[in-house]
Each structure stands twice: as C-alpha cells, then as structure tokens.
Design a protein around this ligand. Structure first.
Ligand SMILES: [Cu+2]
Length: 130
C-alpha cells in the first residue's frame, strides 16, 4: 500500500481536480468515481459518502526524515483538528515533490494535508516556520 504506483499518482491528481470542480459547484460527481470515495486511515470517517471529502487539515510539526525516492516526508506532528488526529510521528506523501527541496531534517514546519481515500495522507502545502 505504501508503494505509489503511476495509477495512484494519476488518481491523486484526479482527486484534486474533482475537488476543485466540487468546490466550483459546476458539475456533480461522476458515478464511476464511487470506488474512490471511501475514506480510510487514521480518522473515524465511518460512512463512505457519495461526495468527495475535500477536508483540509492544518498541522505543525518537525521534519524527522525525507525520502527523496518515494517523495515522502516523515513528520512528528501536533493534533490535526479537522481529522480528529492527535499528535504522532507519521509519513506523508507530498503532492508537490519539489517541496522537498525546501525541507531539512529537524526543521519546524506548517502544513496542509488531505486524505486520498486509500489510507494515504497527502501534504498539499508545507513550509518552514522560524
Ligand atoms: Cu498522524
């Protein structure tokens, strides 16, 4: 599940696009996207909803590790209220792998995170705080 396949990347990109469309309120979610809507992972998102969850969590943390090959960053983060998550150390996928360039181990960061519905937490924005 940790392995990011080409398909997963495409689905993540598509999820972002659909979320944007959802916010714009221009069209309804396509029925054939139903299989991507189930939320899983750390949150208590019990009932899979027909609409895409576009909830964005905001967190603060410290960079523990950076994996340039996988495009992931491991953070010791504080609570993320939007998802009901308490503080922990975990690994996130970066939506924009170029964000890794600005990160250093031990650095304090602010970040925005979304869930992809397949158990992965995707950081959409991250920047150092001083
Ligand atoms: Cu966590």
């Amino acid at each position: 599940m940790k392995k990011i396949t080409k398909l997963t990347k495409r689905m993540i990109a598509l999820t972002g696009t659909l979320a944007a469309i959802f916010f714009a309120g221009t069209i309804a979610m396509a029925d054939d996207m139903g299989s991507m809507n189930g939320m899983s992972g750390m949150g208590d998102m019990s009932s899979p909803s027909k609409t895409m969850s576009a909830t964005v969590g905001h967190g603060k943390g410290v960079v523990k590790a950076i994996d340039h090959k996988k495009g992931t960053v491991t953070l010791k983060h504080g609570p993320i209220k939007a998802f009901g998550w308490s503080g922990m150390t975990m690994t996130f996928t970066l939506r924009h792998p170029s964000d890794m360039k600005t990160l250093k181990k031990g650095e304090h960061v602010d970040f925005d995170v979304v869930q992809d519905g397949q158990g992965a937490a995707i950081i959409t924005k991250i920047h150092p705080v001083h």
